[in-house]
Design a protein around this ligand. Structure first.
Ligand code: SAM
Length: 345
């Protein structure tokens, strides 16, 4: 089954996802807060389920899970480790063997769930701690083709396109929270780290978004260009913390913040740890890792495999040229990231 929403396989994502790791590291204080606010009951016989929704190939996810376990042992004592079971969730097409390589190093029980997080994953009333990072901005389906850009919030969408994409994003967000509300125990917590936009609709990521679309224009035929839409939507903090929605789904808001994070690849370049060529290469690989499947899935099926590979190569070379021409500055930030901590009522 083909999907445009999965990360590049064979260790590629684990080796090229520093921006996503930065977002996880920033979540440590929110994890701490969530553990402080965790009120769900459990006794010494109960399994303590932690779920990471959208774990990809595990290297970053493992860092988040370790931070959660550390905070839990500080609150509840070391013996809780014997009760913890971690569920790594992602789409069925995820690179599960890469995930298992990482998860097998854990001191706690680790299980995997290959199912969309827009569905119920665990039995009702079983989850103690839910976590997700840089994942729920991926939509479940494309609401319509975008005529003039590959990203809905790339600044070129018509009012009608924006309406359809924002409606899809709202429906998906409701579904995500609705299923989590069913799975979580009363008093359990959910930490959502999510790509977002600020209150004047900036994603903080236009340089990259424009470079992707400009590169696509140079290599794709018209019908493919029209299909080249990356299925992401950056919700505002207000959309993610709508009091009516949270109340209806039995969540209480613990805290919510928005941060514009530094791109550490840029920082490395800025501090002269890497030169401009290395910056271009590392940055391109990091964007390729999360977005390559969106590009390949728009290619016409009557193209041979060789043709498809050649076009992909041209596309990423064009992306590199774009970075070279513009310099590193337009790529200095990761997109805005929201940090929302919820507790199940
Ligand atoms: C950018 S990666 C983030 C992975 C990891 N959380 C991290 O921070 O590095 C997004 C992940 O979300 C997954 N994903 C997208 N849509 C999903 C869905 N509907 N259900 C489960 N996982 C999904 C993708 O397959 C991908 O592995």
């Amino acid at each position: 089954m083909e999907t445009s929403n999965v990360m590049k396989q064979n260790e590629h994502y684990n080796l090229n996802s520093t921006p996503q790791l930065t977002a996880i590291q920033k979540s440590f204080s929110y994890i701490q807060k969530a553990v402080e606010e965790h009120k769900a009951k459990f006794n010494s016989q109960d399994v303590f389920f932690i779920v990471d929704y959208g774990c990809a190939h595990g290297a970053n996810s493992f860092v988040a899970i370790q931070a959660i376990i550390k905070a839990l042992t500080q609150k509840y004592g070391l013996t809780i480790e014997n009760q913890i079971s971690v569920i790594y969730n992602d789409l069925p097409q995820n690179d599960w063997s890469a995930l298992f390589q990482v998860a097998s190093q854990s001191s706690v029980t680790s299980l995997a769930s290959g199912k969309s997080f827009y569905q119920q994953i665990l039995p009702s009333n079983t989850v103690q701690f839910g976590y997700t990072s840089t994942a729920i901005h991926w939509l479940s389906k494309k609401p319509c083709n975008l005529q003039q850009h590959c990203i809905a919030l790339g600044g070129k969408s018509s009012a009608e396109e924006l309406k359809l994409w924002s409606t899809q994003a709202a429906e998906d967000y409701r579904l995500f929270l609705q299923h989590r509300s069913i799975e979580l125990k009363r008093g359990a917590v959910l930490v959502c780290v999510n790509l977002s936009r600020n209150n004047i609709n900036e994603t903080g990521y236009l340089g990259t978004e424009h470079n992707l679309y400009r590169s696509a224009i140079t290599v794709l035929d018209q019908d493919e260009l029209l299909n080249y839409n990356i299925l992401v939507y950056y919700r505002s903090l207000e959309e993610q913390t709508d009091p009516t929605l949270l109340k209806e789904l039995n969540f209480e808001l613990i805290c919510a913040d928005l941060h514009l994070l530094e791109n550490l690849i840029y920082e490395d370049y800025h501090q002269k740890n890497i030169d401009f060529d290395e910056f271009i290469e590392k940055y391109t690989e990091s964007v390729l890792s999360w977005s390559e499947s969106s590009f390949t899935s728009c290619l016409r099926k009557d193209r041979t495999k060789e043709e498809q590979m050649k076009i992909s190569e041209e596309f990423w070379n064009e992306f590199r040229n774009g970075v070279r021409l513009q310099g590193a500055e337009p790529f200095k930030h990761n997109p805005y990231q929201s940090y929302v901590v919820l507790r199940k009522l």
